[in-house]
Design a protein around this ligand. Structure first.
Ligand code: C2O
Ligand code: CU
Ligand code: CU
Length: 553
């Protein structure tokens, strides 16, 4: 059954058109004066009487901002997809119809099902076909999502808009004292970024983007630029998903009001944790409660750079509205205690390094080396040739020194360029700052997490079904969001210290910046024909091979 609240209907009917009566929130930010886009709310979708959830993947056009249209793809719509609500214990058929004109897969990120029912890289849905896994919902209440996972194409397809939300509920949220009125005081917030919101070439990474991740300078929420949410003057639950390819969000309210974290990827935490700043890496989710009782309009912002030190960008505005019903006025005392992580359960240790293969990839960037897996050393390998500097921040690299493209004798130039690489160029490039577009597969860029770049035919880990293991992870040049399928974990340490209180619950994504130790529980089967993945959730990194496979035995 599909419910549709009045507010939702309004948002859907308006699409991304402007909402003229909204006041301007912040003169300091460059946005169209007195016009604000209402936050689009994804339609709520529940299994029908036969237990079926229909997902139709299609290409289309989407308006991220009024008056502008971009080529996009979506699930049952032009961009992104529905908010699927499943009840724990339910058996449902997730019917995915692919009419994209290309192959894809659909991965249930955070839904714990055996690997053959999950859309990893091995479960391809050919163009024109329908894939209908029947799954039993058997896990704690949690906020999850779904997106394609076709190897080498995950970043492009997800960026096009193929992603949606999937919450598991146990029907006890009211008892827990949490807001449950979807679209009113329970709001899904999908945060992404883009370089282009018009035309047909929104995703055109150059080699540098494969190395750093594709980060745009325009923030979008639920598929809209600069939206505003009307909220009741009470506690509002925000289900936050970082659905961006590579950008880390470092969220903060402009007035410093707390984000009361109640849940992380794998479900509720023991008790709410109030934070002023919340970092969410790609693929990661947090649910927070925010108090709007003071009736003041306020903005949620992110820092524009990767370390969270630079200018703030607007993510989403909130305008309290007297007419909306208030159901919760206080943060609950306790939630669901996952207990302490018990390391004595671990049966073995493994370690993995996020290997950026910097030297080889920088050589490609400088155009001195032809890609090993592409037949030609042709024009597409010269990212500098048509580089338009556009006054942008290129992280201190002087691209003009490579002006001649590839050819002999640039060894010295490569070496000079390497130390100048600045990961703060993560902050988001504009379309004008980008070199010649490449694809993950033909670029020659390769990264790894299990010594060697990803190989569909190689099984990297065999874990005992039902067992626990401790994994030590290490990142070197930049922070990488680690994610594992069909398993959840507890963070034991981050660089030798305990994680923050809000990071103590069950998770399936964590940003590894230096060293981390995790206790992982392997409790869903993965057979040899459908291994599960673990990978960096910077989608460009995943596509260039920073991914590996495990099975359970
Ligand atoms: Cu959200 Cu393997 O992915
Ligand atoms: Cu996943
Ligand atoms: Cu990465």
């Amino acid at each position: 059954m599909t419910h549709c609240t009045r507010r939702q209907a309004l948002a859907l009917a308006l699409g991304a058109t402007t909402y003229l009566s909204m006041p301007m929130l912040n003169a300091g930010f460059a946005s169209a004066a007195s016009e604000q886009t209402p936050l689009p709310i994804p339609p709520l979708l529940e299994p029908d009487a036969a237990g079926k959830v229909r997902l139709h993947l299609l290409k289309g056009e989407h308006s991220f901002q009024a008056g502008k249209k971009a080529v996009s793809a979506g699930v049952n719509g032009s961009y992104l997809g529905p908010f699927i609500r499943l009840q724990s214990g339910q058996t449902v058929t997730l019917e995915v119809e692919n009419t994209l004109g290309e192959d894809t897969t659909m991965h249930w990120h955070g839904l714990f099902v055996p690997s053959r029912l999950d859309g990893g890289p091995h479960n391809i849905i050919r163009d024109g076909e329908t894939w209908s896994p029947e799954v039993k919902v058997d896990q704690p209440a949690s906020f999850n999502w779904f997106h394609p996972h076709l190897h080498g194409e995950t970043a492009r397809q997800t960026h096009l808009g193929l992603a949606g939300l999937m919450a598991v509920t146990d029907g006890r949220d009211k008892e827990r004292g949490l807001p449950v009125d979807y679209g009113v005081d329970d709001l899904p917030i999908v945060m992404q970024d883009r370089r282009v919101i018009e035309g047909d070439n929104a995703y055109a990474p150059d080699i540098q983007d494969l190395i750093h991740g594709f980060i745009g300078n325009i923030i979008i929420v639920n598929g809209a630029v600069d939206p505003v949410a009307s909220v009741p003057k009470g506690m509002v639950r925000l289900r936050l998903l970082n659905g961006a390819n590579a950008r880390n969000f470092h969220l903060r309210f402009e007035d410093g009001r707390p984000l009361n974290v109640v849940a992380s990827d794998g479900g509720f935490i023991a008790q709410p944790v109030a934070v002023e700043r919340l970092t969410i890496a790609p693929g990661e989710r947090y649910e927070v409660l925010v108090d709007f009782a003071d009736g003041k309009p306020v903005e949620l912002r992110t820092f524009s750079d990767d370390k969270g030190e630079n200018d703030e960008l607007r993510v989403l505005g909130f305008v309290p509205d007297d007419k909306l019903p208030v159901s919760v006025t206080a943060v609950p005392q306790t939630l669901d205690d996952p207990g302490a992580a018990d390391t004595s359960l671990s049966v073995r240790r493994r370690s993995f390094v996020f290997d950026e293969r910097t030297e080889a990839n920088q050589a490609l960037l400088a155009g001195t080396v032809a890609p090993a897996n592409s037949g030609h050393s042709g024009h597409e390998m010269s990212p500098m040739k048509s580089m338009d500097h556009g006054g942008g921040n290129m992280g201190g690299m002087d691209h003009s020194m490579h002006g001649g493209g590839h050819g002999g004798g640039q060894g010295a130039a490569v070496e000079e360029a390497m130390p100048a690489m600045d990961h703060s160029s993560h902050s988001g490039r504009s379309a004008a700052e980008v070199g010649v577009a490449v694809t993950a597969t033909t670029s020659g860029v390769l990264m790894a997490i299990a010594d060697e770049p990803f190989d569909m035919k190689r099984i990297d880990v065999e874990a005992k079904l039902g067992s626990y293991e401790i994994w030590e992870l290490e990142s070197r040049e930049m922070a990488h969001p680690f994610h594992i399928h069909g398993a959840s974990f507890r963070i034991l340490t981050k660089n030798g210290e305990l994680p923050a209180a809000h990071e103590m619950g069950w998770k399936d994504v964590m940003l590894v910046d230096g060293k981390a130790e995790l206790l992982i529980r392997f409790d869903r089967e993965a057979d040899r024909d459908h291994p599960f993945m673990f990978h960096c959730h910077v989608l460009e990194h995943e596509d260039v091979g920073m991914m590996a496979q495990f099975i359970t035995v």
